[in-house]
Design a protein around this ligand. Structure first.
Ligand SMILES: Cc1cc2nc3c(=O)[nH]c(=O)nc-3n(C[C@H](O)[C@H](O)[C@H](O)COP(=O)(O)OP(=O)(O)OC[C@H]3O[C@@H](n4cnc5c(N)ncnc54)[C@H](O)[C@@H]3O)c2cc1C
Length: 389
């Protein structure tokens, strides 16, 4: 094979599609469980362009348009939906918010800073303090992550990629520091010109076993689901609420999904194959209380429980994308720190341009280089919450 991709999450699927479409060579994607079994399947899949760097804004924008046009281009439904998103901020974040919005506007993003009066008009059921403001992004939306990863993989297969599901990559074939393929748990080996490790929360361990420890850590964020009370006049928008440290979004089932922004609250997971997927009553109460500060009708809302998932995080909350330091013939694409879904089309295209025949988009390899921490050149983030980028 020219390319072997380890992992059938949204990143692996996108890279398989872009490499196949650009006729870059023969491709095999190997997934140990099922498509979306890692972070992807439980993703909020919120697609926003609110970032603080030119590169990430450009990639989010490129990807949003790609997701938006997916059904027309490929004829498969991914439940693309565009309710718009408001980033509400407290006074201390206002300067950053305004600067970021200006940068986004200069790059063509339809976004504005609105004051509390405009916020009240946008969400009459909401409660906002006079000194609060928000970045309003009407183009923001979301997709169904499970439908999307399956659809993208189907398209990759149609474009010529091979996909093997239910087989685990256990190690690498190597000649000194040159990786030459993969070893599988069914006893087979596959030779490869290039191996791309897109194994999400499992990537760190796999590479550590190959002798390369990278700054990747797995966390366990929780989400709770609430049903809006009958008759609630709430607009079904997506929110990031920096004042209260949470985000919420309408789910297709009619529920509201709530998660917290502070990754410091999330437990560290040592073994992503075995972690507790349930959430506590305490967490659900915390989410209900914080959400009710904004939308008081949720204090009377039943919860449908919640689910814990996995983030793969790096010290600067941005992914590692590029050659694995110290080895040849292998790339890592992991560490998306809870905000990668919206970037995946641009990542797929960027990687396919860097190592295959695709045309470059907004991705900049140097920006995400895995060795940036040893070079003491981490990416600076604007807000107190790294997940916001
Ligand atoms: C709760 C939650 C909410 C989120 N919300 C958003 C959001 O609103 N917007 C956004 O942009 N991002 C969001 N994210 C982040 C986004 O979902 C992730 O960044 C993205 O899904 C990562 O995809 P991935 O392909 O890198 O990893 P994963 O989806 O984890 O895929 C890795 C795959 O590799 C497979 N694998 C692992 N090891 C092996 C092996 N040895 N052999 C074969 N296969 C292997 C796994 O089974 C898995 O399927 C959220 C994440 C979570 C958890």
């Amino acid at each position: 094979r020219d390319f072997v991709i380890v992992g059938g999450g949204i990143m692996g699927a996108m890279m398989a599609l872009r490499l196949a479409e650009s006729a870059s060579g023969s491709i095999l994607l190997v997934e140990k469980s099922y498509p979306g079994a890692g972070s992807t399947g439980k993703s909020g899949a919120i697609l926003r362009q609110h970032y603080s760097h030119k590169v990430t804004i450009g990639m989010a924008r490129e990807s949003l348009y790609w997701y938006c046009g997916f059904e027309d281009q490929y004829g498969l439904d991914i439940s693309f939906n565009r309710p718009g998103m408001a980033f509400i901020c407290k006074e201390t974040d206002r300067e950053n918010l305004e600067r970021n919005v200006q940068l986004q506007q200069s790059l063509g993003v339809d976004t504005t800073v609105i004051d509390s009066q405009a916020l009240r008009e946008l969400e009459p059921a909401g409660s906002f303090a006079d000194e609060e403001c928000a970045a309003w992004e009407p183009e923001a939306g979301n997709v169904n992550p499970v439908q999307t990863v399956h659809a993208v993989l189907d398209c990759a297969i149609r474009a010529g990629a091979d996909v093997r599901i239910g087989v685990r990559v256990t190690g690498f074939l190597r000649d000194g520091d040159r990786i030459q393929g993969i070893e599988l748990d069914d006893g087979n080996c596959v030779a490869a010109g290039m191996v791309i490790v897109a194994a999400g929360p499992w990537a760190g361990k796999l590479l550590e076993e190959a002798g390369v420890p990278l700054p990747l850590q797995t966390l366990r964020p929780e989400q709770a689901y609430f049903e809006p009370p009958a008759g609630a006049r709430e607009k079904r928008l997506i929110y990031g609420d920096l004042t209260n440290g949470l985000y919420w979004k309408p789910e297709l089932a009619g529920w509201t999904r709530v998660g917290l922004l502070d990754m410091n609250d999330d437990a560290v997971v040592d073994d992503p194959d075995h972690y507790d997927e349930g959430v506590s009553g305490e967490f659900i109460s915390k989410c209900r209380e914080r959400l009710s500060r904004r939308l008081p009708h949720y204090c009377m809302s039943p919860s449908w429980g919640g689910v814990a998932a996995l983030y793969t995080v790096t010290p600067d909350s941005h992914p590692l994308i590029g050659p694995v330091p110290g080895l040849e013939g292998i790339w890592v694409v992991s560490g998306f720190s809870g905000h990668g879904f919206k970037m995946a089309p641009a990542v797929g295209r960027g990687v396919a341009a860097a190592i295959g025949n695709d045309q470059a988009g907004h991705f900049e390899a140097n920006f995400f280089a895995p060795d940036r921490f040893t070079r003491k050149a981490p990416i600076e983030v604007s807000y107190g919450y790294g997940i916001l980028g």
